[in-house]
Design a protein around this ligand. Structure first.
Ligand code: SF4
Ligand code: SF4
Length: 338
């Protein structure tokens, strides 16, 4: 596995990272033991970069993985852990960093992100950013950054002096990229401000190039569009891994087969006509990300989506024809394939 030292940072990451969200309770729901074994399998195959978040609630699974890795004589510096928090103020972010250190039983987190920054939010969350800068200065984290689906936020990140990494959504179809805060359907819901303007792949590319030119490390997520591009696996990965301004691509994987496919792809052994078996993958509404805006229902001509408990969307798989239109329409990328 190729390794890279992104931008002006001091951290070395593997070219592909492991998105641990795919293993957690909202997705594959593996036990801590099963999940830890799968991460260990990824590590043995050369994936040394692991991404989680405070709200994924996966720290016990990752702690178990780290114990297993240590037992196999991997050193702490062989593994790069990044986490992130939705905290919007100083106390919340400092608590989030301390929680990660405590729960993971680590002396430092490699990269800590302000999670899911939307347009114009950076200034509002400046207290949280101050906490991240202090955490870095005190050695609790080695590098700090923003994670975002918004191209305008990624562009803003290029000029944030203390920012080491941008972690942004990018895929060949531009699925899920947003820009601006135009007042979308989610805006009327307390606590949410979802843009109703879809951003483009080109806008995100321009922003990430600007980050690269400014010496930032550039990480991307959702290369397979939350599973919606899985049928175009090779094409989607060709795009993701050939962007010259991208250092590492984070991919959610939930089986040894998926890890092997990725390694085969990166090592040039994947057959040219390869098509992954996604027959057992079903659409699902990630209840953590759904804001109940109803956009998916408007897009679904089959009437397969309904409001379940707590007013959030759910999919009736008996009516679903798997056209994928709802996933395209969802402003928060809450509709995934697991
Ligand atoms: S995949 Fe198509 S049919 Fe199924 S829930 Fe989404 S929009 Fe409706
Ligand atoms: S799943 Fe449907 S209701 Fe929930 S955020 Fe997405 S589009 Fe809105």
């Amino acid at each position: 596995m190729q390794k890279i030292k992104p931008g002006n940072t001091t951290i070395t990451v593997s070219r592909a990272g492991f998105g641990v969200l795919a293993l957690g309770q909202t997705h594959k729901a593996l036990s801590n033991e099963e999940g830890a074994e799968l991460l260990l399998y990824g590590l043995r195959r050369g994936i040394e970069f692991f991404d989680t978040a405070q709200y994924y609630e996966e720290y016990p699974l990752i702690r178990k993985f780290l114990e297993k890795a240590q037992a196999e004589r991997y050193k702490r510096e062989d593994i790069v852990i990044c986490s992130k928090s939705l905290a919007s103020d100083y106390e919340g972010m400092m608590d989030a960093v301390n929680e990660a250190l405590r729960e993971l039983e680590l002396e430092y987190i490699d990269i800590f992100f302000m999670h899911e920054v939307r347009s114009d939010q950076f200034k509002e969350r400046i207290g949280a950013w101050k906490a991240l800068k202090e955490a870095k200065a005190s050695g609790k984290v080695r590098a700090i950054g923003l994670s975002t689906h918004h191209s305008d936020v990624a562009m803003e990140a290029a000029s944030i002096e203390d920012l080491d990494f941008i972690f942004a959504l990018l895929n060949i179809e531009g699925l899920g990229i947003r820009t601006g805060e135009d007042g979308g359907p989610g805006e009327k819901l307390p606590g949410y401000r979802i843009s109703d303007r879809a951003g483009t792949r080109e806008e995100m590319e321009a922003a990430l190039k600007a980050c690269r030119d400014a010496g930032k490390g550039v990480l991307t997520m959702k290369a397979l569009g939350g599973g919606n591009l899985a049928a175009s696996y090779r094409e989607a990965l060709d795009y993701a891994f050939s962007r010259p301004f991208v250092d590492s691509v984070m991919l959610g994987m939930s089986s040894e087969t998926e890890i092997d496919q990725l390694i085969d792809y990166l090592e040039g052994r994947l057959p040219s006509d390869f098509s992954p078996d996604i027959s057992d993958k079903k659409l699902k509404v990630n209840q953590e990300d759904c804001v109940g805006c109803g956009e998916c229902m408007k897009a679904c001509a089959s009437g397969a989506i309904y409001y379940g408990s707590y007013g959030l969307a759910e999919i009736d798989l008996n009516k679903c024809i798997d056209c994928g239109y709802c996933a395209y329409a969802c402003p928060t990328r809450a509709i995934i394939r697991v």
